[in-house]
Design a protein around this ligand. Structure first.
Ligand code: COI
Length: 355
């Protein structure tokens, strides 16, 4: 595959000599879409099996205005990252987990889904085809966005007759504008992210836009993001708009139980296992807002946010601060996880996939 003409290879450092890199400034890349060279697409056939799929030039997709995803939001997505190691190899993190989560979401949203093997193979193909967009070590990662979309036409409310499995990638840096600095969250008491029996526990595309209004208001007031409470008791902590939440008290780490209204984060699951391996007691349970407010440390986890420490939480006009700077436990878990993901420590868990 020849490189796209709009991007030339830069040859200004030793690392770039050894491995082609796209010609962009790799310092301080944000979490914003950067067009890369290729995307992957596969379509479902009538029996729900997906076609082999192909890489194609990154660009606009052809979609009927009647597509199920446009009219009724029939779609799920995933978020993953690839890191470049200093030796030039590329690491994926637990890609089968994303494939399995997409399967769970597709089942809830009444969609056929590619096999785990097809999902992982498609991710690998897309990453390798866009290799020159993977940031140099220490400069960020290649964010991978697999999507499963109802692209067949509908008019009445019904499952689409055709589905597209699409993957695009973009180099990214820190998710929050705060970088690695602690976040200032505000607890939302009126608007809820998920309801029992709803789709909060799967990565449905429609879970995300309903939080935008509250999020923009909060950002306008200087907060980093919103922390949502359960919609029944309005008392238990659930998750932040785009990530899971953990609290630390007396060195015990707790996180809300995943029970249908909370996304089963792969970073969440990995942090639980990493923390247990490091000797921490980890509890998955209901966490009341009162408990959160007296925690020693609070942090968020997610593919995009990695492990982001929380510096303050505002609840009913009262602002609670957590220590000065990044908490010790958050820092320790951040380092342990990212060292694994970036291939800086030996992967005894068998989580990384080398390309
Ligand atoms: C991720 O963490 O990868 C997500 O999909 C969250 C998204 C809102 C950026």
């Amino acid at each position: 595959m020849e490189p796209s003409p709009r991007c030339q290879v830069s040859r200004s450092s030793t690392f770039q000599e050894a491995s082609e890199l796209a010609n962009i400034s790799w310092d301080n890349i944000a979490f914003l879409p950067i067009p890369t060279d290729f995307m992957y697409a596969a379509k479902s056939l009538e029996d729900g099996i997906f076609t082999k799929g192909q890489l194609q030039r990154f660009g606009p997709i052809h979609l009927s205005p009647c597509a199920g995803v446009l009219n009724y939001g029939q779609g799920v997505f995933e978020g993953m990252k690839a890191y470049r190691k200093a030796d030039g190899s590329i690491l994926l993190f637990r890609p089968e987990e994303n494939a399995l989560r997409m399967r769970m979401g597709a089942e809830r949203m009444c969609m056929p889904v590619p096999t785990v093997e097809q999902f992982v193979d498609a991710v690998k193909q897309t990453v390798l085809a866009n290799k020159r967009w993977i940031p140099p070590p220490g400069k960020g990662s290649l964010y991978i966005r697999p999507m499963l979309l109802g692209t067949g036409s509908v008019l009445g409310l019904a499952p689409a007759s055709e589905y597209t499995f699409l993957i695009f990638v973009s180099p990214v840096g820190n998710y929050f504008k705060e970088g690695l600095a602690p976040l200032d969250l505000i607890i939302e008491t009126e608007i809820h992210r998920a309801i029992p029996g709803g789709t909060g526990g799967v990565k449905a595309i429609g879970n995300y836009s309903p939080v935008l209004k509250a999020q923009s208001i909060a950002k306008g007031k200087g907060y980093s993001d919103i922390l949502y409470l359960d919609s029944v008791h309005k008392k238990y902590v659930e998750e932040v708009s785009s990530c899971n939440i953990f609290v630390v008290k007396h060195n015990i780490i707790s996180t809300p139980t995943v029970s249908g209204t909370i996304l089963p984060g792969i970073t969440r699951k990995s942090i639980i296992e990493v923390a247990q391996r490091q000797g921490f007691q980890v509890e998955e349970r209901l966490i009341s807002v009162e408990e959160l407010l007296v925690a020693d440390e609070v942090f968020c986890t997610g593919t995009a946010v990695v492990v982001s420490p929380v510096g303050s939480i505002t609840y009913l006009e009262k602002r609670i601060k957590y220590g000065n700077g990044v908490g010790i436990v958050s820092q320790q878990l951040y380092s342990a996880l990212t060292s694994l993901q970036m291939g800086l420590t030996e992967d005894t868990m068998g989580w990384t996939v080398v390309l």
